[in-house]
Ligand binder design. Structure first.
Ligand code: HEM
Ligand code: HEM
Length: 431
């Protein structure tokens, strides 16, 4: 029996959009580096995953409100085909939800900025479900691959063996076969690319450590370096920083260095890590009805991996202990730490992480990133200047922070405060 009934154009477009997105997403999920170097891939994974959730809800909505072609097969195979379709709908919705639950309950509390623009709030779940969400997310991925295999074998069976024209229902025989090829190629391509990226990152990791050893700049108690306070998780999985300082890691480093030695002679090395030297300053100033309130943070730390000549590969993150903020006056400080302003009892730290860094001119740079403060994550630009040359640089810079975007200064005490806070910093860094 041949069939000419088709799915509606909307259903067909959504079917193929979701199939392509899923192919890229599963491949990315499996291949993305599960350490600090995977930060950008993780943000992309989360962005595509939430897009799939939205498209799948749309598709499900369309399916229940619009007629679709009647099933053309009965019996066991007809039941199996219908079961695979139901399984797919469950998969398309449960997969992003478990992923979302996973990041919402991770102890490292990494904010998500979809496509670098839209903040994704955490789901209101306890950390107790984190392990379960992780297991479910991985198990579902394998389930999805099994459904995919059954679905494709079923479709090809109709096309090549039964020859009932079923593929025409999803856009036409040739078109469906072309889309199948596109789905497979996209999945394999992303997997190979991300896998290759992982290996490159591992290589960078090894050479990073090699240069650490060569220049003898490794984290120690006095220097505020990449992971000196353990708050620089970059990836949901308790990812320790690449230069985490422990005897155990050092031992592993030696092994990695030994493995990497032949590679170290490559002319283009990884960007150097810079250790922030003690004595730096992080200050803020804000106009309060004509007078300027000035304060500073005593405790902050940061991680800088940057080649001043190739800033596009830089990764910078800064963590600030909010309770170390002071205006130099005990009464004002109590107010500053309180719920109307920094709310330090609920939000001990603020973090800023770079997403892209570029040179404006000469030794001046501009870095876009995400500031997470008081439970909110927003895009935040920083500009800075590097003075000096070689392995020691003086860094100074500033940022204008829109305090209202972070609900800082909400009560009547803030009535005369200007909307923006001027933040400045200065420190020396050694590579
Ligand atoms: C992971 C990717 C895919 C997912 C999630 C998926 C999901 C689905 C779902 C849920 C349906 C049922 C539509 C409905 O009744 O609402 C369907 C139908 C269909 N799919 Fe896919 N699909 C995927 C990939 C593919 C591929 C690669 C092919 C090509 C071989 C394909 C061919 C078809 C065909 C021909 C139908 C119509 C079946 C019928 O009318 O009984 N799909 N797909
Ligand atoms: C349809 C959508 C999605 C698919 C198909 C998918 C697929 C995958 C796959 C295959 C993995 C690797 C599993 C493993 O190696 O253990 C993975 C890991 C992960 N996914 Fe997703 N994902 C989706 C949506 C999401 C969303 C929306 C989020 C968060 C908002 C997310 C967060 C994660 C995280 C955090 C991991 C890493 C788990 C680990 O640390 O190993 N995923 N995903």
């Amino acid at each position: 029996m041949r069939t000419t009934q088709r799915y509606s154009t909307v259903a067909i477009v959504l079917h193929w959009l979701i199939a392509l997105a899923l192919a890229a997403e599963i491949a990315l999920g499996f291949a993305m580096p599960k350490d600090a170097s995977g930060f950008a891939a993780f943000q992309l994974h989360k962005s595509i995953g939430i897009t799939i959730l939205a498209l799948s809800l749309l598709r499900l909505g369309w399916r229940v409100t619009h007629a679709r072609p009647a099933p053309i097969e009965r019996g066991v195979t007809g039941f199996l085909a219908a079961a695979v379709h139901v399984g797919f709908y469950i998969f398309m919705i449960a997969m992003p939800l478990t992923g979302w639950a996973l990041v919402s309950t991770d102890p490292s509390d990494i904010p998500t900025l979809l496509y670098g623009v839209v903040p994704l709030p955490h789901l209101p779940l306890g950390q107790g479900v984190n392990g379960l969400a992780g297991e479910a997310h991985e198990l579902l991925a394998w389930g999805g691959l099994a459904l995919f295999a059954l679905h494709v074998v079923g479709a090809l069976r109709h096309h090549f063996l039964i020859r009932d024209g079923l593929l025409a229902r999803m856009g036409g025989g040739g078109f469906v076969l072309a889309m199948l090829a596109a789905v497979l190629l996209l999945g394999l391509g992303v997997f190979a690319y991300e896998g290759g990226f992982s290996q490159r990152a591992e290589h960078d990791h090894a050479t990073d450590h090699a240069s650490d050893h060569a220049t003898d700049v490794h984290c120690d108690g006095d220097q505020q370096t990449l992971a000196d306070d353990g708050h620089n998780h970059v990836h949901e999985d308790e990812a320790e920083d690449e230069t985490a300082d422990s005897a155990e890691d050092d031992q592993q480093d030696e092994e990695t260095v030994a493995e990497a030695e032949p590679e170290v002679v490559e002319p283009v090395g990884p960007p150097p890590s810079w250790a922030i030297q003690p004595g730096g300053t992080l200050r803020f100033a804000i106009d309060n009805g004509g007078t300027t309130l000035k304060g500073s943070f005593a405790n902050w730390s940061g991680s800088i991996v940057m080649d001043p000549d190739a800033p596009q590969s830089a990764k910078i993150s800064i963590t600030v202990d909010l309770a170390s903020a002071s205006l130099g006056d005990a009464t004002q400080d109590t107010m500053l730490w309180g719920g109307d302003f920094l709310d330090t009892s609920s939000h001990a730290q603020a973090t800023w992480r770079s997403s892209s860094v570029r040179r404006i001119s000469g030794n001046r740079y501009e870095a876009d990133g995400t500031l997470s403060l008081k439970g909110k994550s927003r895009p935040q630009r920083i500009v800075f200047t590097l003075n000096g040359s070689g392995k020691t640089r003086s860094v100074s810079g500033s940022a204008t922070v829109d305090r209202k975007a972070f609900s800082v200064g909400t009560g009547s005490n803030a009535a005369n405060l200007a909307p923006s806070v001027n933040v400045t910093f200065a420190f020396d860094a050694v590579s």
